[in-house]
Design a protein. Structure first.
Ligand code: TRH
Length: 379
C-alpha cells in the first residue's frame, strides 16, 4: 500500500508557499512513490508556476498529483478520510472537519512544515511535537542547512541535470534564445527577482558604470516597474532590450517553475528572494544576492545574518566583507554602488565558493527524504 499524504497550502502572498509545496508534492510522488493530494486555496498563483493547472477545476490530476481547490467547507467531504501523513505548510490552519477525520483515523502523522531559517533555534525546535488535544500531536518540521534540521528541497537528479546542462554551451544558447536573449561572450549575465527595493537605482547605476558589460534579466514583479522608472519610462516591454552605458536589460515573462532552475544555471550571478528561489540559487552554484522577505520588526535581518554567518564562514576576510557589504545594502535599501564593485572584485572566489557550498549542502539528506524517514521512524 502506498503511503498517502495530504499537503495543505494557503497562498499568503507571492509564490513561495505554492512553490515549495508543489516541489515537495512532486518529489514525494516521483521519488518516494507516495500518493499525494495537494490542497491549494489559490489556483491562479499555482497556474503561474505550473501552466498545466486549470484554475477553474475543483479537482484535477497534475503529473500524478491530485490537486484540490482548498475550501474549508468542502475539504472533509472531498477527502473522505485523512491521509497517513498530513502536512500543513507554514502553519496554515487545517479545517476542523478535516482534523475530525484525522482523529477518526487514529494513526496519522501531522506535521507543520515551517519556513526556512538558518537561525540556531530552528534546529532546536526541529521535530518537536506539540499536543493538539484528543490524542493528536503535531510535529514541527524545520527545513535547514545542517543535519540537525529537515534539510532543503532537492530532487535526486538536480545537480546531475545542472552539470549536464552547463556542459553544453549549445543548450544554454538555445534556452536563452527562447526568451530573445543573446548574450555576448564577454557579458556578465545577471537575473533579477526581488521585492520592492530602494537599493535598485544604485544597483542599476553601478551596472551601467561598470568597466565590463552586464546583461540583466528582469523577472516579473515590482522590479520590472522599478527598472522602467530608472529608464524614465512607464513600462518595459517583454522581449525588448534597453540599454544604458554598460548595462543591457531584458524583461522576461513569467517562467514555469520547471524552467526556473535552467534560467538560474544560465546566469553568472542571480538575484533571488524569499525562500524557494533562494534555495534554487544555492543549487545553481553561482554567486547570488538574496533579498529576504521583509518583516515588520526587522526580524528578517536577524535571519539574514544567521544565513550569512553560515554561508560566508569558509571565505577569506576580504571576500566575507564584500559579500556582507552588498547583501546588507541590498536588504536595507542602501546605496549599493560601492558595495557592488567590491563584490564583483571577488567574483571568481565567490563562484568557487558557491560551487563548494552547493557540493557541501548536497551531502545532507534532502527535505522530502527526511520527511519520509521521519514518517517511517514515527510509525
Ligand atoms: O514569491 P516569493 O517572494 O515567496 C515568498 C517567500 O516564500 C517567503 O518566504 C514567504 O513568506 C512569502 O512568499 C509569502 O519568493 P520565492 O520563495 O522565491 O518563490 C518564488 C517561486 O516562484 C519559486 O518557486 C520560483 C517561482 N518562479 C517561477 O517559477 N517563475 C518565475 O518566473 C519566477 C519569477 C518565479
Amino acid at each position: 500500500m502506498r503511503v498517502t499524504w495530504d499537503i495543505f497550502c494557503r497562498v499568503i502572498d507571492n509564490f513561495g508557499d505554492i512553490g515549495v509545496t508543489w516541489r515537495l508534492a512532486q518529489q514525494l510522488h516521483q521519488e518516494h512513490q507516495c500518493a499525494v493530494r495537494l490542497w491549494v486555496d489559490d489556483l491562479s498563483s499555482f497556474h503561474a508556476i505550473c501552466p498545466a493547472v486549470d484554475v477553474s477545476a475543483e479537482r484535477q490530476c497534475v503529473t500524478g498529483i491530485e490537486v484540490y481547490r482548498w475550501c474549508d467547507q468542502t475539504v472533509a467531504q472531498r477527502a473522505q478520510e485523512s491521509a497517513d501523513v498530513v502536512i500543513e505548510a507554514f502553519a496554515c490552519q487545517l479545517p476542523e472537519d478535516y482534523i475530525a477525520l484525522m482523529r477518526k483515523k487514529q494513526k496519522v502523522l501531522w506535521l507543520n512544515l515551517e519556513y526556512l531559517t538558518a537561525e540556531a533555534w530552528a534546529a532546536q525546535c526541529h521535530a518537536l511535537p506539540s499536543m493538539q488535544g484528543a490524542g493528536l500531536q503535531k510535529y514541527f518540521f524545520f527545513p535547514g542547512f545542517t543535519d540537525t534540521t529537515g534539510g532543503l528541497l532537492r530532487e535526486a537528479d538536480l545537480l546531475a541535470r545542472r552539470d549536464a546542462f552547463l556542459a553544453s554551451a549549445e543548450q544554454r544558447r538555445a534556452f536563452l534564445a527562447g526568451f530573445g536573449v543573446q548574450p555576448l561572450a564577454h557579458e556578465r549575465l545577471i537575473s533579477l527577482f526581488a521585492y520592492a527595493n530602494a537599493a535598485l537605482p544604485s544597483f542599476l547605476t553601478a551596472l551601467s558604470q561598470d568597466t565590463s558589460a552586464n546583461r540583466l534579466l528582469v523577472l516579473p514583479g515590482v522590479m520590472q516597474e522599478a527598472v522602467a522608472r530608472w529608464f524614465a519610462t512607464d513600462t518595459l516591454q517583454i522581449g525588448c532590450e534597453y540599454q544604458r552605458g554598460n548595462l543591457t536589460v531584458h524583461v522576461l515573462p513569467y517562467i514555469p517553475q520547471a524552467q526556473f532552475d535552467t534560467l538560474l544555471w544560465c546566469c553568472d550571478v542571480n538575484c533571488v528572494r524569499g525562500e524557494d528561489s533562494f534555495v534554487r540559487a544555492q543549487w545553481a552554484a553561482k554567486p547570488f544576492l538574496w533579498h529576504i522577505y521583509p518583516q515588520h520588526d526587522d526580524a528578517h535581518l536577524v535571519k539574514l545574518e544567521a544565513f550569512l554567518a553560515l554561508y560566508r564562514h569558509a571565505l577569506a576576510d576580504d571576500a566575507q566583507q564584500a559579500l556582507n557589504g552588498v547583501w546588507q545594502a541590498w536588504n536595507q535599501g542602501g546605496d549599493i554602488s560601492r558595495a557592488w564593485p567590491a563584490f564583483m572584485a571577488h567574483e571568481q572566489t565567490l563562484q568557487s565558493h558557491a560551487s563548494c557550498w552547493s557540493a557541501q549542502q548536497n551531502k545532507h539528506a534532502d527535505l522530502a527524504t527526511n520527511l519520509v524517514h521521519f514518517y517511517h521512524d514515527w510509525l
